[in-house]
Design a protein around this ligand. Sequence first.
Ligand SMILES: [Fe+2]
Length: 456
Amino acid sequence: MKFERRVRVGIRLKLFGFLLPIAFLLVGSVTWTVTEVTKDTLRRDLLQRGAAISRVVALSAGHSLLANDPLGLDRLVSETKASDPDIAFVSIRDTSDIVVAHDRVTERGKPFRPVPPLLSRGTFGDTRADEVNRDGRRIIEYTSPISFAGRRVGIASLGLSMEGLATAQRSIQQRIFAAAAVILVAAFFGTMLLSSFITTPVKRLHQGVLSLAGSETFQPVAARSSDELGALTRNFNRMAEVNIAQKTALQKKAVQLEEAYISMVRVIAASLDARDPYTMGHSTRVARMACALGRCLEMDEAELSNLEREAIFHDIGKIQTPDDVLLKGERLSRAEEEQMKSHAVDGTEILRMAPFLQRYIPVVRAHHEWYNGEGYPDGIKGDEIPLHAQLIALADAFDAMTTDRPYRQALSTEEAIDEILQFRGTQFAPELADAFAKMMREMPPMDETVLKSMAL
Ligand SMILES: [Fe+2]
């Protein structure tokens, strides 16, 4: 089963992509609302402040205006102007709209210059507020009637600059934006922290699944939390332990099954050797010699084990060869020879029946191939022939030559070695034939009794 090791878009990124815009949207909307409410409050404060000052001027001016006290009126306008830097002008005029007092002396005695209102800012009691453009400045102009003893005696006008309001609004806006920026940074890191908090256990689980898939042992995943993710992790650990136990049991069963198959084939191979008294113990002797040569070539134990099984199985196809061909006491006819040769292919068909034995097929099929390509069944040559098949071919040939046959006497070890060497470069790879000859000359003679018992 193939496990996906990498994910394109992780949960952390998804959470980040989902939570961060929400946080930004929330902070943005709160910032906008607070800014607008604050601006409105400041504007309302300014309007009320101006209206209050204008009314105070109108109330204070009544007596002086009626009593024709220009000094009192001048003091009133100059003190009012000085009381607040946002006041643009203060003017008092009589009922004929002639300015009788003004913070700018040059305006005194002149008719009041009305300007058209740009925007009405409402009324506060008897005071009206309009936004106007006077002398190139945007101001709020308040107009309050001056009454004394129930009689209207004049009008007080007061201009309040809007620059102060704008400055105050900018200042408060900057402070709100600074606070919003701090909250956004906190939201960014908070989102990262939250994503990490949620995804870390999921990542551990993912690593646990991968480690479970890729190894025989399992390291339990740490489960620190007591929430759903913690419970999921603990359940995963239990499931993994069960899985590992079942996997181990299955592997054990598989090995036992393979061993059972191999034992069965060993018995078949031994029975086969026993069909012909002349080949009794043949497979076992071939296996012994092939493995001895494998050791000379520094093969490891696992490879030698495979080689030994391949050698035991190499003639298993002969089970399909009829007795009158297999046990014929004289030279075989052409047709019988072909029948005999078919054992290499028949062997592969037998091994194909069991999945565990299929890995031995290439060597069993090729054990009669020749180095020069003149062998059978496929006519492959040189390095195309599996190395194990070449070792078995040497041992097979040697054992056939050193065993009595009905039609000839067994050769001695030295004679058989000479024969092998005569076929170096044709039937056998030269370096393998040389190694085999060297080994056989140094190997102690085999005990037939031991070999026969080994065969069974
Ligand atoms: Fe054979």
